[in-house]
Design a protein around this ligand. Structure first.
Ligand code: SDX
Length: 429
C-alpha cells in the first residue's frame, strides 16, 4: 500500500497520507481534507471509518479472529481467568504470578460500595429494569469518589479503573437483589472475583451459600468473552464522552446506556425472548422467513454483526459453555437450546443468511446459559456491562493518554431549510 492516496475534488487533486497498523486495514488520514478541499467525508454508521488508533483489541471479521493485546480469545478464555484479562487490557501484558496476586488483591479490596449507595436503590420501583438502575448508580459513583475523578492524574485514573472493575459486580448484584426483594449481600474477600459475584447474587442470610465451581468457571469465561471488542457502539460512546474530559464514572454510565439497545448489548435479552417466543423447533422456519421478509422489521436477535462476516469466535466458545452448564445441571434437552440449534442450522443453510453473511454472534447462546444459571432475562445485559467495563475503561484510558487526543466533534451534511426570514406569529396561518 503506498504511503499516500490521491483524491480529486472539483478537479483539484490532493494527496492524503496512508497510515498502516500492525495487522488489518490501512487507513487514509483525512484530517486535513476539509481544510484543503472544503468537503467532509460522509459515513453515518462508521462502516468505513476508523475513529482512533488502538493497541487493545483486534478483530478480523472475515476470518472470525478476536485478539486481546495480540492473544487469541480462545486461548485467554480456555487458559486464563477474567482478572488476568483485566490486567492484560489495562497494562498490555500478561501478569507474572506476583503481579496477578497483587492485582487480584487490589481489585478485591475495592469491591465494596459506599454504604449510602444503598439508599439510591430505595428510590427505584422493584420492577425497574436493572439496566436503568445501573446507568443511575454507576453515574452516581462520581458523587462518592472525588479522589479519583481528576483524569489528568495517572494515579487517580488507575484507582478509578480498579474501582470500576471491582464495584460493577457489587452494584449488579445489588440491582438483582433489589428487584427480587432480597437483602443485599456484601462481597467476601476470600472469594475470587466471579465466585464473589455469584454469592452476592444468590446467597441469602438464612443459610451458607456454596458456589458451584462449574458455574463460576463458566461465568468467568463468559466475562472474558465480553471484555472488549474494538470500537463498538458503547466503547465509542465512552471514548466520545471521555474526550470532553468527563469523569470516568460518568463515561462508563454513558457506555452502559448505549449497550442497553437491542441492536447491541441488549441483544442477549432480546435473543432469549425470541427463542422463548418461537418456543418449539417446528416454529423456527416461520421465524426465519419473517427475518427474511423486507416488509417485516423482525430480525433474528443474536444473528449478524457489523464486523464479523464469518462465525463470531466468541459464539463458538459460548455454545461450548452452554453445553457445559446444561450438562452440569443434568439438563439433557433444554427446549430453548433445541430451538437455538435448529435455528442456527436452518439459517446457516439459507441463501439469505449466506448472501448477507449473517452468523450467530455472542448474544445468540449467552442467554440460554445465563438463564440456566438462574439469572432473569433482564439481568443479561447487566452481566454484559459488568464484563465490558474493563474494555471501556482501558479504551478510555488509552484515549486520555494519547497526546494527540482532542474532543470528538463530528460534522454533518446539512439537508435542512436554506436561510429564511422570521415571520411574527400574528402574520402566520
Ligand atoms: C453486539 O459492534 C460490536 O462489536 C458489538 C458487539 C460487542 O461485543 O460489542 O459484538 C456486541 O452488539 C453483537 C450484535 C448484537 N445484535 C443483534 O444480534 C441484533 C440483530 N443483529 C442486527 O440488528 C444486525 O446484524 C447488527 C445491528 C448486529 C449489525 O447491523 P449492520 O452491520 O448495520 O448490518 P445491517 O443492519 O446493515 O444488515 C445488513 C443486512 C440488512 O439487509 P439489507 O438491508 O442489506 O437487505 O443484513 C440484514 C439487514 O436487514 N440483517 C438481518 C440481521 N442482521 C442484519 N436480517 C435478519 N436478521 C438479522 N439478525
Amino acid at each position: 500500500m503506498s504511503a499516500s492516496s490521491t483524491i480529486t475534488v472539483d478537479d483539484k487533486q490532493i494527496d492524503l497520507p496512508v497510515k498502516t497498523g500492525t495487522i488489518g486495514p490501512h487507513v487514509i488520514d483525512i484530517g486535513k481534507l476539509h481544510a484543503k478541499t472544503g468537503v467532509f467525508t460522509f459515513d453515518p454508521g462508521f462502516t468505513s471509518t476508523a475513529s482512533c488508533e488502538s493497541k487493545i483489541t483486534y478483530i478480523d471479521g472475515d476470518e472470525g479472529v478476536l485478539l486481546y493485546r495480540g492473544y487469541p480469545i480462545e486461548q485467554l478464555a480456555e487458559q486464563g481467568d477474567f482478572l488476568e484479562t483485566c490486567y492484560l487490557m489495562l497494562f498490555g501484558e500478561l501478569p507474572t504470578p506476583a503481579q496477578k496476586a497483587d492485582f487480584d488483591y487490589r481489585v478485591t479490596r475495592h469491591t465494596m460500595v459506599h454504604d449510602q449507595m444503598n439508599r439510591f436503590f430505595q428510590g427505584f420501583r422493584r420492577d425497574a429494569h436493572p439496566m436503568a438502575v445501573m446507568v443511575a448508580c454507576v453515574g452516581a459513583l462520581s458523587a462518592f469518589y472525588h479522589d479519583s475523578t481528576d483524569i489528568s492524574d495517572e494515579k487517580q485514573r488507575m484507582i478509578a479503573s480498579l474501582r470500576m472493575i471491582a464495584k460493577m459486580p457489587t452494584l449488579a448484584a445489588m440491582a438483582y437483589k433489589y428487584s427480587i426483594g432480597q437483602p443485599f449481600v456484601y462481597p467476601k474477600n476470600e472469594l475470587d472475583y466471579t465466585s464473589n459475584f455469584l454469592r452476592m447474587c444468590f446467597a441469602v442470610p438464612c443459610e451458607e451459600y456454596q458456589v458451584n465451581p462449574i458455574f463460576a468457571r463458566a461465568l468467568d469465561r463468559i466475562f472474558i468473552l465480553h471484555a472488549d471488542h474494538e470500537q463498538n457502539a458503547s466503547t465509542s460512546t465512552v471514548r466520545l464522552a471521555g474526550s470532553s474530559g468527563a469523569n470516568p464514572f460518568a463515561c462508563i454510565a454513558a457506555g452502559i446506556a448505549c449497550l442497553w439497545g437491542p441492536a447491541h448489548g441488549g441483544a442477549n435479552e432480546a435473543a432469549l425472548k425470541m427463542l422463548m417466543e418461537i418456543g418449539t423447533p417446528d416454529r423456527v422456519k416461520q421465524y426465519v422467513d419473517k427475518a427474511k421478509d423486507k416488509n417485516d422489521p423482525f430480525r433474528l436477535m443474536g444473528f449478524g454483526h457489523r464486523v464479523y462476516k464469518n462465525y463470531d469466535p466468541r459464539a463458538r466458545i459460548m455454545q461450548k459453555t452452554t453445553h457445559e452448564v446444561l450438562g452440569e445441571l443434568g439438563i439433557k434437552d433444554d427446549p430453548l437450546l433445541e430451538v437455538a440449534m435448529q435455528l442456527e442450522q436452518i439459517a446457516l443453510k439459507d441463501e439469505y443468511f449466506i448472501e448477507k453473511k449473517l452468523y450467530p454472534n455472542i448474544d445468540f447462546y449467552s442467554g440460554i446459559t445465563l438463564k440456566a444459571m438462574g439469572f432473569p432475562t433482564d439481568m443479561f445485559t447487566v452481566l454484559f456491562a459488568l464484563a465490558r467495563t474493563v474494555g471501556w475503561i482501558a479504551q478510555w484510558a488509552e484515549m486520555i493518554e494519547d497526546p494527540s487526543q482532542k474532543i470528538g466533534r463530528p460534522r454533518q451534511l446539512y439537508i435542512g431549510p436554506d436561510k429564511r426570514e422570521y415571520v411574527p406569529i400574528s402574520q402566520r396561518g
